[in-house]
Design a protein around this ligand. Structure first.
Ligand SMILES: Cc1ncc(COP(=O)(O)O)c(C=O)c1O
Length: 454
């Protein structure tokens, strides 16, 4: 195309009167096609599982257990706070607020995390409020990745990590969690998915800039143990590497498991940026409010990206989230505290889903945290006809076939793997269980009916 443009331009210079209007328009459209192509740094990131599966759900109208959000009400004190803030007497609550985070919210976050991390966190320099954890990830990755920097990503991974690293000019280096329990040897727990320590150690080198950790993990539900985190921390210290710790599901941990913040491990505060989400904490994913906290020297870069991109987040939402935190912090010793009560509420939902998936013949991985469950559907392979599905990977074919024919939607987990490793997870599907009981029971009925019809 470039050659064609050049020759048309040459013609127009030599014999301008002979170039027709059509040729001129063709010339213009050809050169603008090149000019407005997607920049190279975003090549390969055009496809999004969320865009594709939201569209699929609109077309096929399934019971949707795909995307990770609750279909029940958020805590009333938080939603009421937002309504009051917007309509209250302080009209400035509807205007711009401090760019790095509304004062009341950064104060609440510093108070909370000072207690949890065991050190005083400065609200002005060590906390940044962002447009969801998504933006915290973006600003952290952009602010700490240069061309050629290697970033270790544990697979499966929340799907935006890879394109963000690539857009920053970094080189993602993938290491998959491996299921260490042999098939057919009883129920599988997310703790059975492990990092190979030797493989992980071999990935660190002088070019390694950072590692992205996600605990509790989406989609496996793994809650990294003290021992596992110590291995990661020791490697970070040995190779002078930053740890970007995505902890959006920090409160969604099922007893007896405990969420450990890697920033609390010896020597790790100085090299960790931790990311959280009000959407996940208070079941208000549509509020898209998140944060990053860490030492001022590391957070400075993140703030620079934020100030040149989003600059400031929504004032009333931040005020309402701050009030929500203040209330929950005042009752952290009580089981009523939402930080704990949500996981208690979700536990029976987790059990229900594990049961109905097992009953139909799938092999679920029981999550220690988060609100997703992956399940091996390969025992049902003879009950599906995937011959008409055109996707490359079997998990895409299976989930699409299920949405169209059985009217139950899940997410293909190969979306959370790098291209070479996608085949590792083709036999799995991811479902979300932060849904009303009635919808989980409907899912159980749909699957039972399907089982009976075979
Ligand atoms: C692991 C993980 N990180 C980050 C996010 C983004 O969170 P937010 O909605 O606050 O942007 C999600 C959302 O699903 C997630 O699962």
């Amino acid at each position: 195309m470039f050659v064609a443009c050049r020759s048309l331009q040459a013609v127009s210079k030599v014999v301008p009167s002979t170039v027709s209007g059509i040729q001129r328009r063709l010339l213009a459209s050809m050169s603008s096609a090149n000019k407005f192509d997607l920049p190279d740094r975003y090549r390969g990131s055009e496809k999004s599982v969320w865009v594709e599966y939201i569209q699929l759900a609109q077309e096929t109208q399934p019971l949707n257990l795909g995307q990770g959000f609750p279909d029940f009400a958020a805590p009333e004190h938080v939603t009421k706070a937002l309504a009051e803030v917007c309509t209250g007497e302080n009209v400035l609550m509807n205007q711009y607020t401090r760019g790095f985070g509304h004062l009341r919210l950064v104060k609440a976050l510093s108070q909370l995390y000072s207690k949890l991390i065991g050190r005083t966190i400065n609200p002005a320099t060590e906390v940044l409020v962002t447009a969801g954890a998504y933006e915290a990830l973006f600003s952290t990755i952009m602010g700490h990745t240069g061309p050629g920097d290697e970033v270790i990503i544990i697979e499966p991974f929340f799907d935006c990590y890879e394109p963000m690293v690539r857009a920053a000019g970094g080189i993602p280096k993938f290491i998959p969690l491996k299921l260490v329990k042999p098939s057919g040897s009883g129920p599988v727990s997310s703790g059975d998915w492990k990092l190979d320590v030797d493989e992980l150690s071999s990935m660190f080198n002088s070019k390694t800039k950072s590692i992205i950790l996600n605990t509790p993990h989406n989609p496996i539900g793994k809650v990294f143990t003290q021992e596992e985190l110590t291995v990661i921390a020791d490697l970070c210290k040995k190779w002078n590497v930053l740890c970007i710790s995505d902890e959006v599901y920090e409160w969604l941990v099922y007893k007896p498991y405990k969420h450990i913040r890697i920033a609390t491990l010896p020597g790790m505060w100085d090299r960790t940026i931790t990311i959280g989400s009000a959407g996940k904490t208070f079941s208000v994913t549509g509020w898209k409010t998140g944060w990053a906290y860490g030492p001022a020297n590391l957070l400075k870069n993140v703030m620079t990206v934020h100030q040149n991109c989003v600059y400031t987040c929504t004032t009333p939402v931040q005020e309402a989230v701050a009030r929500g935190f203040e209330l929950e912090m005042s009752r952290m010793d009580s089981p009523e505290c939402y930080f704990y009560s949500l996981a208690e509420e979700l536990l029976p939902k987790r059990e229900l889903m594990a049961k109905f998936l097992s009953d139909v013949g799938m092999v679920p991985t029981i999550p220690e945290g988060g609100y997703f469950m992956i399940a091996d559907w390969s025992p049902l392979a003879n009950k599906v006809d995937l011959s008409q599905e055109v996707d490359k990977y079997r998990d895409y074919k299976f989930t699409k076939w299920m949405s169209k024919n059985i009217k139950l939607q899940g997410i293909p987990p190969s979306a959370f793997y790098s291209e070479p490793n996608k085949p590792l997870i083709e036999d799995y599907v991811r479902y979300c269980f932060i849904k009303k009981d009635e919808n989980l029971h409907k899912a159980a009925e749909i699957l039972q009916k399907w089982k009976g019809s075979n």
